[in-house]
Design a protein around this ligand. Structure first.
Ligand SMILES: Cc1cc2nc3c(=O)[nH]c(=O)nc-3n(C[C@H](O)[C@H](O)[C@H](O)COP(=O)(O)O)c2cc1C
Length: 355
């Protein structure tokens, strides 16, 4: 299909005036509800993604455990893994019922387990099926939520620009108008998922070309973006940027996002975020959750600041976590941080690294 035909075929063209989006990537075992609550305390405007939830887990598993989230987390997108249009349609309905702001289909995960389930990145070889999945999801929710797709630029040796262009063109005809592109191929044979996030080369120029070829679609660039300086460089050229590992490992980079990129008047303070997380953790502990389940996401809050390592050391201490009341634990961590005003190795990286 030529790109002009495709643009004609799109059911709901994206208005040119939509604001840019900045998103934290879906990350299995990382972006659970507690992590998202923490990220939301830092940025009000970032779009937060769930971990991938498979259709099987929703059809046969504990739906509230997978889908429940706090009202504070909005805007939040549910990422689904699956390849059966009818099942995905049911899960999209669940996403709507549970109040998600977007539903996203994973066409980028290269893990062997996911390949055995015939979804994730291997779906890029079946654009017609992805189109049908998107159409089924859209029809199920009557356009109430956007249905988006996250994908790679290729799989294995199918890595020419034409491959990803044809994929996007076909899937757009199912009613997807926003594509989140992890701008490297997935090598399905021989690389671990972790290697697949680093070894195949990044080709952001493919995403810029997609944007030129499909002016009515929205493209969000993902992959290897580690600083706000890089976000500032890319954002004018695409419709949005998605950050994964850097957002998790250096969460305070998000403190600039609202004011600098999203037009939201906000100036978060680390102490306030810390206090908010203390309350949140104490609240969950009263409901029977071990603080470790939340604390693990927060450990990088002070990264780059003097005393960060001591703060992290106290909060990460399993024995203290199990024995101290949460307010006391945080008080100890704070005291440790303040006791080390110039700890070697905790100085901020170069100012530009997170600028
Ligand atoms: C721990 C971890 C888990 C991930 N899980 C998912 C996932 O569930 N769904 C998905 O689409 N991508 C997943 N990814 C890939 C990220 O969403 C993202 O595409 C990738 O890390 C590249 O972005 P980055 O360089 O900004 O980290 C995962 C990445 C990491 C590090």
């Amino acid at each position: 299909m030529r790109s002009t035909d495709i643009n004609d075929a799109i059911r709901t063209p994206a208005p040119a005036t939509q604001p840019p989006r900045l998103a934290v990537a879906p990350m299995l075992d990382w972006t659970d509800r507690h992590c998202r609550y923490f990220h939301r305390a830092i940025s009000r405007g970032a779009l937060l993604y769930t971990e991938m939830v498979t259709t099987g887990a929703l059809m046969h598993g504990d739906v509230p455990r997978h889908l429940d989230f706090s009202a504070e987390e909005h805007p939040v997108a549910l990422q689904l893994g699956g390849s059966d249009p009818a099942e995905l349609a049911q899960c999209a309905r669940l996403a709507q019922r549970w109040g998600y702001d977007e539903v996203n289909l994973n066409c980028g995960c290269p893990s062997p387990r996911v390949q055995r389930g015939a979804f994730g990145a291997c779906l890029m070889a079946e654009p017609g099926l992805v189109r049908d999945c998107v159409a089924a999801m859209r029809d199920a929710i009557g356009g109430a939520l956007p249905v988006t797709v996250k994908h790679r630029i290729g799989i294995d040796h199918q890595d020419s620009y034409g491959f990803v262009r044809d994929f996007v063109g076909t899937v757009a005809a199912g009613g997807c108008d926003t594509f989140i592109v992890h701008a490297r191929s997935a090598w399905l044979d021989g690389l671990s998922p972790k290697q697949n996030r680093d070894i195949p080369p990044l080709r952001p120029e493919f995403v810029l070309q997609l944007k030129r070829d499909f002016p009515l679609l929205r493209f969000v660039l993902n992959g290897g973006i580690r600083s706000n300086a890089e976000i500032a460089q890319w954002l004018p050229q695409v419709d949005g940027v998605m950050v994964g590992r850097a957002a998790y490992q250096t969460p305070w980079m998000m403190a600039e996002w609202d004011a600098r990129f999203l037009g939201i008047d906000a100036a978060p303070q680390r102490e306030a975020v810390e206090a908010r997380m203390l309350d949140y953790i104490a609240g969950w502990q009263r409901r029977g959750l071990h603080p470790q389940a939340i604390v693990r996401h927060v450990l990088n809050l002070w990264k780059g600041e003097p005393g960060a390592r001591l703060w992290r050391h106290v909060l990460g201490d399993a024995a203290l976590l199990s024995s101290l009341p949460v307010p006391e634990l945080f008080e100890r961590a704070r005291a440790a941080r303040l006791s080390a005003p110039h700890e070697v190795g905790d100085q901020p990286p170069a100012a530009s690294a997170c600028a």
